[in-house]
Design a protein around this ligand. Structure first.
Ligand code: GLC
Length: 469
């Protein structure tokens, strides 16, 4: 493998274990160490969100400076810390960064963050060859380079983890944060030219664009999945690449995961999973009978397929092939209520835990027989990979990274259409297999558990990308 000496600065809103809302945090946490093993120096810069304990991470103050943006001025403190071996920079600002990762002021927060990152460059003691921004929140960092005449500038990479979130900002607000709307190409604005789409502008500004699975890279160039940016993405197709995410296989390892009721591996898989299943059932007050346990762990948004669970059809299916289902997640009220109402209407079989709970999530991977990811779209999806690593067989919709990791009849079940009947028929196939062909079911489980879900396959692709710049 080619070794490169490039220095890379990741810009991100989330990184586990510091601040995690979704899969973005896992990727920002686990990709830098995987690249580091290949000799690439990656550092991460993020806001010092209110929930991050800088003291716990022994963060040291590097500098304090003021950021001039538009007609305003704001004090920012730059700190740094080693987090699990990776060098992190945190930007602290009372007015902009002390709250939650996302919220009402998300746009202001990240427009300011982008300017603050640019202003922090002289204080980093690190001159990046490549700035690698993740999602629309930090795409603004790339836009700060549109205004600079300094040359050579670092090369710019943008990774799209989710095209649904784009960040529309009025040209006047954009200006008030120190950006010049006039140098944003028309393709990244509305027709009247008085609103800027931050993600689209980032796509135009980046030297290379990546997304998190090969299938999603293709899908986003179509009308169905392009979220109205398909034409723009087609215009950049020569610089767009889909690289599948990997997992942190040390953290997600059923043989050592401290969150589990019982650790197991491929050898004591059947007994090990049975103990975890029993623990889950007693936690949730579900009966202990020889029926399959299904799990779903997700942000409860319109992306995740919660609306595909049709109560009457589930009732009929449960009569034919009894099963239990546990749903874990938080999100939009509408989908939280949908999940809760399934539990209320099927009290013997369904539980809905409206919470964000990493320990419980890990116990669901370990204790379940099947894991559901019925997404409308899924850029990559990490949960199906974690589920397979923990010996839970995934049932997924054929989209994005789900399509790239789950093969029907080999390591899971895949359904095509985003309809309740399509989901139902795959559930029926899975349940029938569980009851009627237990050996085949075990073979699916073992296939998922034997695969390598680490970053190993994808890191060379990032190295090629960085080397090409
Ligand atoms: C977003 C996507 C998800 C992906 C994750 C990490 O959360 O919705 O599919 O796995 O980012 O890239």
């Amino acid at each position: 493998m080619l070794k490169i000496k490039k220095k890379i600065l990741f810009c991100a809103a989330e990184a586990a274990p510091l601040a995690k809302i979704g899969g973005l945090a896992d990727v920002v946490d686990s990709l830098p160490p995987a690249l580091k093993k290949q000799g690439v120096e990656v550092r991460v810069i993020m806001p010092a969100h209110g929930s991050i304990s800088l003291r716990f991470w022994r963060a040291k103050k590097l500098a304090s400076f003021s950021v001039n943006f538009g007609k305003k001025k704001e004090r920012v403190v730059l700190l740094s810390a080693k987090v699990e071996g990776v060098h992190y920079y945190f930007l602290q600002s009372k007015n902009y960064f002390s709250g939650a990762v996302y919220g009402e002021n998300t746009l202001d927060k990240y427009l300011f963050f982008s300017q603050a990152v640019a202003a922090s460059m002289p204080f980093l003691a690190f001159t990046p060859d490549i700035i690698h921004a993740h999602d629309f929140h930090t795409a603004g960092v790339l836009l700060t380079y549109l205004q600079k005449s300094d040359y050579p500038r670092p090369k710019l990479v943008l990774t799209i983890h989710n095209l649904q979130h784009q960040g529309w900002v009025s040209a006047s607000k954009f200006k008030s944060f120190g950006f010049n709307p006039d140098i944003v190409p028309a393709a990244a604005k509305n027709k009247a030219g008085n609103w800027v789409n931050i993600l689209a502008a980032g796509i135009m500004a980046a030297d290379k664009i990546t997304t998190v699975s090969p299938s999603y890279a293709q899908e986003i160039m179509t009308k169905k999945y392009g979220q109205e940016l398909e034409k723009l993405l087609i215009s950049r197709q020569n610089d767009l690449v889909g690289i599948l995410n990997g997992l942190d296989v040390v953290s997600y390892n059923p043989a050592t995961d401290k969150a589990l009721a019982f650790n197991y591996n491929r050898i004591n898989l059947v007994a090990g999973k049975a103990i975890n299943k029993q623990a889950l059932r007693s936690y949730f007050g579900l009966s202990d009978s020889p029926i399959p346990l299904l799990a779903l762990v997700a942000r409860l948004s319109d992306q995740k397929g919660i609306d595909l669970f049709n109560l009457n059809k589930l009732k009929t299916l449960i009569k034919k092939y009894p099963f239990q289902l546990i749903i874990l997640g938080t999100g939009e009220k509408k989908f939280e209520s949908l999940a809760s109402s399934l539990a209320v209407n099927l009290p013997e079989a369904v539980r809905a835990e409206i919470a964000f709970d990493d320990v419980l999530a890990r116990n669901l991977y370990a204790g379940s027989d099947y894991f559901l990811v019925p997404s409308r779209f899924e850029p990559c999806g990490l949960t199906q990979m974690i589920a397979m690593r923990y010996g839970s067989v995934p049932i997924v919709r054929a989209t994005g990274g789900l399509k790239d990791t789950v093969i029907d009849g080999y390591n899971g079940f895949v359904f095509k259409n985003y309809t309740d009947s399509s989901l139902l028929s795959s559930l029926q196939r899975a349940l029938r297999l569980y009851y009627q062909e237990p050996d085949k079911y075990q073979a699916l489980r073992r296939a998922g558990m034997s695969a390598d879900w680490s970053w190993q396959a994808s890191v060379p692709r990032y190295l090629d990308l960085y080397n090409s710049l």
